[in-house]
Design a protein around this ligand. Structure first.
Ligand code: GLY
Length: 583
């Protein structure tokens, strides 16, 4: 017996040595390549578009052009943000919208900061179990497609409120360029044409007449798409401000559309909709101050949690794409998303323990269980216990004006083309944001995110978001404006863009173009773009117990970096048609 044990021990020892050698052989190229990786990236991707004074970066060239025209006319960053959002509603209907909602984060040239919440709200007739059948099962697709999937839109109220407080040019001048764009037609890019073609069946299911269907299923790049009904809706908004959407003909058309498809948004819901100015979430990462969006977005809280959790580690020494950097970032993500699921919701309805979630000691404690030799399993991680207390298609724009005011806006319909319902006669798509509520505790939404009571449906409540429009300061001065679409991956994409610049010395363009990875606690896997993790590092991570899931590209980070000489560098994500321009 003892002889057998000795033999076994010998074999085990020999196997361990062999395993260590095999691992070393796998690791060596990775270690070598991690030293040269950033250099390679720099060689393949240069600095982005630079401008002397003012810049707009958005998801569509027409929207960026319109934003820059407003800046050139003497409009400020807020004016440009309003005009760019209206233009996106015309030129980029997959996500740009007047039938959705969003968040705006600003930092004025004098350093004052703030945020505006114009997230959609659940209609008054919404109920906690409205997407469940009598047996308590989630009814497939009900919160995702069709009339019942929409929250009360907030975008027009948000833009109007922004203008009331900060606008410098007349409202009508900000809406007019989009009316002309809608009337004269938008020239489709290849990506836009493909998006319309691939959604054709879904559009047919919910709509009779709409411009997207006029071309017998074969849109191609260069085709022109005109939006006559939308142009008329925008004229009503131009002439009557928020009332041009929430009252009168547009409101009547929305309610009629609801009646056609068993939707529940009423005139009263539309009239009652309000946007809310909220305190920004702020925190430090090394010498940088991060200013981001608070609840009902989880973005700012989770981003600050992530940055604080990795701050004690020397990521730049470990190197971009090194196993250790990926592990530390992923372990922080696992923990932040577990907290998100338990604690985050609409602050007008639930007490969100923001201070405790951002407490440095709490976050240090959360990272104590990290062991670089092996992955933490997500089922070993629950939300942290806090002393007191018992949520892919979106678009982002970053703007800096000549005076130094900065605006970071993320706006969404939720899924691509939202609920697929176009308000007949009004020509715009409605959101499917109701799916961002926890339609049943523990049941994953379209992004695989789970949630609980804090994000349960209630009338007038705003659904939890991941949108993370963010501004970063360094030494009290504007440093970066950043944000992205991407559902649950928004937070980790912004996190990587910031760390790519600060820790890995990338240009803004390199930082947004760099391949990305993502972990959201559940499912327990690192999702990654094909080139985000090299085969050698993949082998190491798998050996340490990580599950890896390669996926297609995701997110479209649009950002602006203030360079040491005061010029602006745009980062326009090459994954989309995104464009930076300025002067
Ligand atoms: N609809 C995506 C988000 O708000 O996170």
């Amino acid at each position: 017996m003892s002889k057998r044990i000795t033999h076994c021990a010998k074999y085990t020892a020999a196997a361990s040595v062999l395993k260590a050698w095999l691992l070393l052989i796998a690791v060596l190229p990775a270690l070598f390549s991690s030293c040269t990786r950033t250099t390679q990236l720099k060689e393949t991707s240069q600095r982005g578009y630079t401008a002397d004074k003012a810049m707009v970066v958005s998801a569509h060239p027409d929207a960026t052009r319109i934003g820059v025209e407003i800046l050139r006319k003497g409009g400020n960053a807020f004016d440009a943000a309003i005009a760019t959002q209206f233009a996106l509603a015309v030129a980029f209907p997959a996500a740009g919208n007047i039938g959705g909602g969003g968040f705006l984060v600003y930092r004025q040239a004098d350093g004052s900061i703030g945020t505006l919440d114009y997230r959609e709200m659940a209609p008054a007739a919404a109920t906690e179990k409205m997407y469940q059948d009598a047996q308590g099962n989630v009814i497939e697709d009900l919160s995702l497609s069709g009339h019942l999937a929409s929250g009360v839109p907030g975008s027009v109220a948000g833009m109007f409120e922004t203008h009331q407080k900060f606008g410098s040019l007349p409202w009508a001048e900000l809406v007019q360029p989009s009316i002309e764009l809608a009337r004269n037609g938008v020239v489709l890019t290849e990506k836009e044409a493909a998006g319309l073609n691939s959604n054709r069946e879904r559009f047919i299911k919910y709509n009779k007449h709409l411009p997207y269907l006029t071309n017998e299923n074969n849109w191609k790049a260069g085709d022109k798409l005109k939006h006559k009904d939308l142009a008329r809706t925008l004229e009503r908004i131009r002439d009557n401000g928020r009332d041009g959407f929430y009252k009168g003909e547009t409101a009547d058309l929305i309610v009629k559309e609801m009646q056609r498809g068993n939707g529940i948004i009423s005139h009263q819901d539309l009239e009652n909709y309000t946007a809310a100015w909220r305190q920004p979430i702020t925190g430090k990462y090394k010498d940088y101050k991060v200013i981001s969006m608070g609840p009902p977005s989880s973005g700012g809280v989770a981003l600050l949690q992530l940055l604080t959790m990795v701050e004690p580690y020397n990521l730049s020494k470990y190197g971009w794409q090194s196993p250790e950097t990926i592990q530390l970032m992923v372990e922080a993500e696992r923990r932040a998303y577990a907290d998100r699921a338990a604690y985050l919701g609409d602050p007008d309805f639930v007490k969100v323990p923001v201070e405790q979630l951002l407490d440095e000691d709490y976050l240090k404690d959360r990272m104590k269980s990290v062991d670089l030799a092996r992955a933490t399993a997500s089922n070993e991680i629950k939300e942290g216990s806090l002393p007191v207390y018992e949520s892919e298609q979106t678009t982002h724009l970053s703007i800096v004006d000549a005076a130094g005011n900065a605006v970071s806006v993320t706006t969404t319909l939720n899924g691509s083309y939202g609920s697929k319902v176009v308000v007949e006669g009004a020509g715009f798509l409605l959101n499917n944001e109701m799916d961002d509520f926890s339609v049943k505790p523990g049941s994953p939404n379209m992004y695989g995110l789970v949630g609980g009571k804090a994000n349960a449906i209630a009338p007038g409540k705003r659904m939890l978001s991941s949108m993370t429009p963010t501004i970063v300061e360094k030494d009290g001065k504007l440093f970066m404006v950043v944000g992205t679409p991407g559902g649950s991956t928004i937070i980790t994409s912004v996190y990587q863009a910031i760390l790519n610049v600060i820790e890995h010395n990338m240009t803004m363009q390199q930082a947004v173009a760099a391949p990305r990875f993502h972990h959201q606690w559940l499912p327990d896997e690192i999702q990654h773009e094909p080139k985000a993790i090299t085969p050698e590092v993949r082998a190491i991570l798998q050996n340490r117990g990580y599950k890896l899931q390669e996926r297609g590209t995701y997110g479209r980070v649009d950002a602006i970096l203030v360079l040491p000489n005061g010029k602006l560098e745009g980062g326009a994500d090459p994954r989309g048609d995104d464009k930076a321009a300025g002067y």
